[in-house]
Design a protein around this ligand. Structure first.
Ligand code: PBG
Length: 315
């Protein structure tokens, strides 16, 4: 027998049941949230392979399959029939997300319905708030963001997830919705990894970028301050986004805050693995399960991921 103490550690890896017994971090279907895109018409997403825009009926069918597979949480994004400067489709009572919520709420009482609260899919200019000239009008945006959240809850959403990054949006929503759980996209970076989503949701800004309201990738202390402010304003859970390039940020929040943490494994992270797998460079299943484990290990309780349904088939 070897005299190295490390050999004793290795003995704990000798068989599958032993590895399972001592594993520190696991991924369970209960931790995963599936993003769904609701639109007036069905459309395959070219840059999010395997994903598509679905009609309200298509979304109902998909949720039926998700529930059967063991996925019980979804987050809805909407692509409206028409866009305008105020993002009317985001908060109108018969908006696309509101329609989907009513259909899903009636059909699936056991499904946890979350919504992304943002204006960027609904504004003609593609920014996350409304504009005054070429600048974001933060205060008027807050009004419309809060109105959007209220309309989602009235239509059946249980959790609202503001992703717009306007200042004070959690407080504005909390003032209107004292009882509703809020997952704040608290630490959302101005990231290159949202590219495929913006095409999928048709939400790329028509001019400029989002660097005046999303965070600088070099900053982590600023993320902690953003998180603390959102908690003060009434957030119940905090999200870090993207996930894999920002695991240190997740860990920093985990060490400081005792609220549930979420991570968004975003479209660019998805597209990279898909492309590498299609080229034969990666085993998709293994790469995805390893990535999700890493995101959980860094401190996420909840993971928003386009792989949720696939993982249900794999586990
Ligand atoms: C809306 C929003 C975005 C994503 C989630 N909510 C796009 C953005 O901020 O540009 C990105 C999700 C992804 O890339 O998968 N503001």
């Amino acid at each position: 027998m070897s005299a190295f103490p490390a050999t004793r550690l290795r003995r704990l890896r000798q068989s599958a049941p032993l590895r399972d017994l001592v594993r520190e971090t696991t991924v369970s279907l209960d931790d995963l949230v599936m993003p769904l895109f609701v639109a007036p018409e069905e459309l395959l997403h070219e840059r999010l392979p395997g994903m598509s825009r679905r009609t309200v009926d298509g979304t109902v069918r998909e949720c039926e399959e998700l529930l059967r597979a063991g996925i019980r949480s979804v987050i809805l994004f909407g692509i409206p029939e028409a866009k305008d400067d105020d993002g009317t489709g985001a908060w109108s009572e018969d908006g696309i997300v509101q329609q989907a919520l009513r259909a899903l709420r009636a059909r699936f009482p056991e499904l946890l319905l979350m919504t992304d609260v943002c204006l960027c899919e609904y504004t003609a200019h593609g920014h996350c708030g409304v504009l005054r000239g070429e600048e974001i009008d933060n205060d008027r945006s807050l009004e419309l963001i809060a109105r959007t959240a209220v309309s989602h809850v009235e239509a059946g959403a249980e959790i609202v997830c503001p992703s717009d990054m306007m200042d004070g949006r959690v407080g504005a929503i909390r003032a209107e919705l004292p009882e509703t759980p809020i997952i704040s996209y608290a630490v959302k970076y101005a990231s290159a990894f949202y590219g495929p989503f913006r095409e999928a949701a048709g939400s790329a800004p028509s001019f400029g970028d989002r660097r005046s309201y999303q965070m600088d990738p070099g900053n982590v202390r600023e993320g902690i301050r953003e998180a603390a402010l959102d908690l003060e304003e009434g957030a119940d859970m905090l999200m870090v986004k993207p996930a894999l390039p920002y695991l240190d940020v997740l860990r920093a929040l985990r060490d400081r805050f005792d609220v549930p943490l979420a991570a968004y494994n975003v479209s660019g992270e998805y597209a990279m693995v898909k492309a590498a797998a299609a080229a034969g460079d990666l085993d998709e299943r293994a790469a995805v399960l390893e990535s999700l484990t890493a995101i959980r290990r860094a401190g996420a309780d909840v993971i928003f991921t386009y792989w949720a349904k696939d993982v249900a088939g794999w586990l």
